[in-house]
Design a protein around this ligand. Structure first.
Ligand SMILES: [Zn+2]
Length: 139
């Protein structure tokens, strides 16, 4: 069930996504506690100086996904909103990858709301193994 506050938070995530420095895949995330926004982040390139300050495994990733970046800023969040925009700035599929799902589950995130080509979708965490296997791997 997508509420008015969910739509507001996705709207914010879309604004943040448009500022992503990683032009090819522009993602933005909002971390919320009971739908109240706590922090925002974009995905970032690994060689970004700001990324390299993040402990301790930042170097492993070719990019830091927005969901992980925002959890570093607000580890107490229980809902993550993630949006992706294409080169025209239009919303597109932002379903979390398995690595981000694992990280969010480890932080106790219960719900992810994300953009897709035809609207707003949600995932409840923890996922079943089938849902993990069907998640996209690229970003
Ligand atoms: Zn990811």
């Amino acid at each position: 069930m997508i509420s008015v506050r969910d739509r507001q938070n996705i709207g914010r995530a879309l604004q943040v996504a448009a500022t992503s420095p990683y032009i090819k895949f522009r993602h933005g995330a909002v971390a919320a506690l009971n739908k109240r926004p706590l922090a925002t982040a974009t995905n970032r390139l690994r060689n970004d100086p700001a990324t390299m300050q993040d402990p301790p495994d930042a170097w492993r990733h070719c990019s830091i996904h927005a969901e992980v970046a925002v959890l570093r800023r607000a580890p107490q969040a229980n809902t993550i909103y993630v949006a992706r925009v294409d080169s025209s700035g239009d919303p597109c599929m932002a379903k979390p990858c398995p690595a981000c799902v694992s990280t969010m589950e480890a932080h106790g995130v219960a719900r992810v709301v994300y953009t897709s080509e035809d609207g707003i979708a949600e995932l409840r965490l923890p996922l079943t193994q089938d849902a993990v296997n069907n998640s996209p791997r690229h970003r």
